[in-house]
Structure formats: C-alpha cells, structure tokens
Design a protein around this ligand. Structure first.
Ligand SMILES: Cc1ncc(COP(=O)(O)O)c(C=O)c1O
Length: 392
C-alpha cells in the first residue's frame, strides 16, 4: 500500500461531515443546486465585514523591505501585542504579546498545543459530542482521546469528568460555544471545572491543562455571557481563530493565548513556538496577521445567524422534533427519532444533507449546520415534515 496503514484506516473512519458534504455536491450536480438542502458543513454564510476588505487592500499595497519575509515563529510582535491588548480587556487580566502564539487557524493551534504537551499514551479528556477532528489531532501525537458524556442538555458533567481523570490525564479539552450542540458552558460550571482540575493536579502531583477551543466565541445569541476560562483555572490556554467571526476560514489564521500564570510558562511557550515551526507551519499567514492587527474585536453581523437559528428551530419545533435551543455557534443538534445513521440516510432521500450524531461521538442525534440561505431552511421543510409524520 502506498499510504500508511494507519492513515488508510483513519481515512476509512474519516469525518462524516466531509462525507455528507461530498454527497451533497454529487446530488447538486444531479438535481440542481436549488433542489438539494445541504446542511452538512460549517462554512460561514455571511461575508467578511467591509472593514476587513479595506484593511486587506491597504496591507496588500505595502512594498516595504522584507514585508513577505520570514518572521518570528510566534508571529509579528505588533500583531501579538494587539491581540494581547484586546484579550486583556475581554478577560479582565493583563495579557502580553509574549503570551500569544499566532497559528494556522484553531485547528493548527490545537495541533501545536497537543504536540507540545503530549507524550505517547497521555490522555486528553473531551466531553461528547465533540468536533470529530479532535480524535485525529490527539492521535497525531500518540495521545489517547478519552470521551466523557455530557448532561441531557449538553452542559458539562463534572462528575463524569472527575471519573475520567487519572494519572495519565494530560489535558481536558472543551469547546464552547459548542460544535455540534451550540451549548455555552456557564461560569459556575467553568469555575467548578477549574476547581476540580486544581484538586486533581495536586492529587496526582502534575499539571493537568485546560484547553478551551473557542472559534465560535463571537457567535453568541441573546447576550449569553461566555465566562473566561483564564480566570477560572491557572493552567489554561485558549485556542481560537478568525475563521468563523470574520468568515475567513480559508485564510487560516488563529491563535493560542496562554494564561500568564500557567506553569511552567516559559517552557510551555518555547515548546509552542518550536512546535509551530516544526509542524511545518513555520508561522501563521503573514498578510492576515497584518490585517487582524488593525481590526481586533471586529466581527460580522451575527444577528443573521440568530435569525436563521430561530427560523429553523421554530420550523422543527412545530414539526415535533426535540432539541435544546443553541446559545451560540451555527449548529442545531436535534434528537433523531430513529437510529441516527438510518435517519440521515432517509433525509438524504429527501435531498436533505445533515450529519449523524455518531460522527460526533454521540449517536441518537443529528447535526444541522444552519449557516445557509433561508431558502435552504424553508425548502427542507417538506422533507423534515414527511419524516416527522413517519417517525414522531
Ligand atoms: C470546534 C471547532 N474547533 C476548531 C475548528 C477549526 O477551525 P479553524 O478553521 O480555525 O482551524 C472548527 C471548525 O469547524 C470547529 O468547529
């Protein structure tokens, strides 16, 4: 076999999201774009803000010496300073440029962190349902992904997390607002998690890191607050990106923000910078770093996603589907009335593409990505109604 057995096997179990997206593309070719209702992928729907294009144009005009040259592997100091200033305000604590590492998206950032902290056999605890790429990322560095269930409303179950922690635990990885549930973890829960990790770190006499993957932190509805994990736990790191809030996932820009009180701080930062380089990223995309330096805090009109959430939730609620209303991100995760894979296959016959909960470590549900035209949501009503009549 030309490719490794390992990659071959991983690809066999590859992401349901991609599978359904590719299936959608096939159906669109056969039946026409307007007759296929594709809710498979989380590609942002709204355009990047005007100001993004203005700054991009200005930055592109720069012809100064070495403007496209190599830089410090952690990123431009001016960009890291600008990010740190913005985050200091958001998290109500002093964060400096030295605590920031610019990365190739949140996905790149997660790989950089995991490469830096994992030895083979180390465990990373992840509440399910979860973004399925986590499994591949942890496996990249010989780690073991240990999933734990969440509560019925998809909030964190600290009892389950406590049961899962052992001397092998290196990190707990959470994602809020969550893909695929849209759940935001509240301050009490995050404080409780911080306390638990502090106790367990001292019980096992080791650092257990809390990694918070937050690419949807600007896509929040109804003014629900997102608590700062940096305030709740010392050995914490945030990974985020500009993919979803600026609608630029193709540009691959994200960052890691390390808690200034983390231990051992300088060793970990040096490790992250080394990993950013040696994973072959070398540094995050230069031109985008120069753009975001000037537009910290800017994001698109997220009320557009709220309107889509409401349109979809009202429609499915009236049809009898059961779900927890999302508080953020742009996904809905309803209960599947029958086996989720069978249900997703039946929806496909109605030209509706969604992703089974099994693809997120949570069978019995399915994910609808609602960053689509309203006409796609409205057009899918007939198919959802037909299956509701059959199964609900
Ligand atoms: C939970 C979660 N984390 C990370 C990512 C990767 O984001 P990025 O495109 O910034 O790498 C995604 C993308 O969909 C995601 O949903």
């Amino acid at each position: 076999m030309a490719i490794s057995k390992k990659v071959h096997n991983l690809m066999e179990n590859a992401s349901w999201i991609r599978k359904m997206f590719e299936q959608g593309a096939k159906l669109k070719k056969e039946y026409g774009d307007n007759n296929v209702f594709d809710f498979s992928i989380g590609n942002p729907y709204i355009d990047p803000p005007e100001k993004f294009f203005d700054v991009l144009e200005a930055v592109a005009k720069d012809r100064s010496k070495n403007v496209h040259g190599y830089m410090s592997n952690a990123g431009y100091p001016e960009t890291r300073d600008a990010v740190a200033e913005y985050l200091s305000e958001e998290h109500a604590m002093e964060i400096f440029g030295e605590h920031i590492v610019m990365t190739c998206g949140a996905g790149g950032g997660l790989n950089v962190i995991l490469k830096t902290i994992l030895d083979p056999g180390d465990e990373v605890i992840v509440p399910a349902p979860y973004f399925v790429e986590y499994g591949f990322y942890v496996d990249n560095f010989g780690g073991i992904l240990k999933t734990v269930p969440t509560k019925n409303d998809f909030s964190l179950d600290l009892v389950e997390i406590e049961k899962a922690i052992s001397e092998k635990t290196k990190a707990v990885l959470i994602n809020s607002p969550n893909n695929p549930t849209g759940r935001i973890y509240d301050k009490n829960t995050i404080d409780g998690l911080g306390l638990l990790l502090k106790q367990k770190s001292s019980e096992y006499n080791k650092e257990i890191y809390l990694i918070s993957d937050e690419p949807y932190s600007k896509i929040v509805y109804d003014n629900i607050p997102i608590p700062s994990i940096l305030q709740s736990y010392t050995n914490s790191m945030i990974v985020t990106s500009y993919s979803k809030d600026l609608s630029i996932p193709g540009e691959r820009l994200g960052l890691i923000a390390v808690n200034p009180s983390l231990k051992p701080l300088s060793e970990l930062l040096s490790g992250l910078i080394f990993s950013n380089r040696t994973l072959g990223f070398v540094n995050a995309p230069a031109i985008m770093q120069r753009v975001v330096k000037d537009i910290q805090g800017l994001s698109g009109d997220m009320d557009i996603y709220r309107q889509k959430r409401d349109l979809l939730c009202d429609m499915l609620f009236d049809l009898g589907y059961k779900f927890t209303k999302p508080e953020g991100a742009f996904y809905l995760f309803p209960k599947s009335p029958i086996d989720d894979i069978e249900f997703v296959n039946e929806l496909q016959e109605e030209k509706i593409l969604v992703v089974p909960g099994s693809g997120f470590g949570c069978p019995g549900y399915f994910r609808i990505s609602y960053c689509v035209e309203d006409s796609v949501i409205k057009g899918a009503k007939k198919g959802f109604a037909k299956l509701a009549k059959k199964y609900i």
